[in-house]
Design a protein around this ligand. Structure first.
Ligand code: MG
Length: 199
């Protein structure tokens, strides 16, 4: 789906706890486990001609738990598994940094660690995305904060940390999700409904 003058609509998806099981720090591509409904969700995004983009904080790199090379392998495998099942990922962005922990090369206050918007700003340029008409789906409040920060709509999923995070939502705060979904598939179905799209 493309707005003539504004660019593509994207669904920015968190990785751990949203598309694959939250395992703490995933270090081995063989431990990847896709959350039920994620394949259908991503293929719905594809069919609606929106961009399917993963945005993930991976401070395990800064902490020295795994290298960027390993992370790339994990992402390659994730893309392959999804592709075999008919779900295409347009791009994966990750933040390898941490503000206080780890190797000096990666220890910094960056602009890419969610809830900061660096990864979305980059995707907006790379893929011609219209952030204000896009969506962020994730299992943490930082994902919802990120949505608010760029003027997108945020959907909290109750997989991963979602069931804990939902208890931390405060009506008084301005960071309410636009929708709370049981999982990524319900989230994407809501997005299609919100856009008035049938696919
Ligand atoms: Mg997560």
């Amino acid at each position: 789906m493309q707005n003539e003058s504004r660019g593509h609509i994207a669904v920015f998806m968190d990785r751990d706890g949203t598309i694959i099981d939250e395992l703490g720090f995933l270090k081995d591509p063989n431990d990847l486990n896709i959350i039920p409904g994620a394949v259908d969700a991503i293929s719905l995004i594809n069919r609606a001609q929106m961009k399917a983009v993963i945005v993930t904080n991976q401070s395990g790199v800064a902490r020295g738990y795994f290298s960027e090379e390993t992370l790339e392998k994990i992402h390659q495998r994730l893309k392959e598994i999804l592709m075999k099942k008919g779900a295409y990922i347009d791009a994966i962005y990750y933040c390898p940094h941490h503000p206080e922990e780890g190797h000096p090369e990666y220890r910094k206050r960056c602009n890419c660690r969610k809830p900061y918007s660096g990864m979305l700003d980059l995707a907006a340029k790379d893929l011609s995305v219209d952030l204000e008409h896009s969506y962020v789906v994730g299992d943490k409040i930082i994902d919802i904060k990120l949505a608010h920060r760029v003027g997108a709509k945020g959907v909290l999923v109750l997989t991963g940390y979602g069931k804990v995070e939902v208890e931390l939502l405060d009506d008084a705060l301005k960071l309410r999700p636009h929708y709370i979904a049981k999982d990524i598939l319900e989230a994407v179905n809501w997005i299609l409904f919100d856009l008035g799209k049938k696919v």
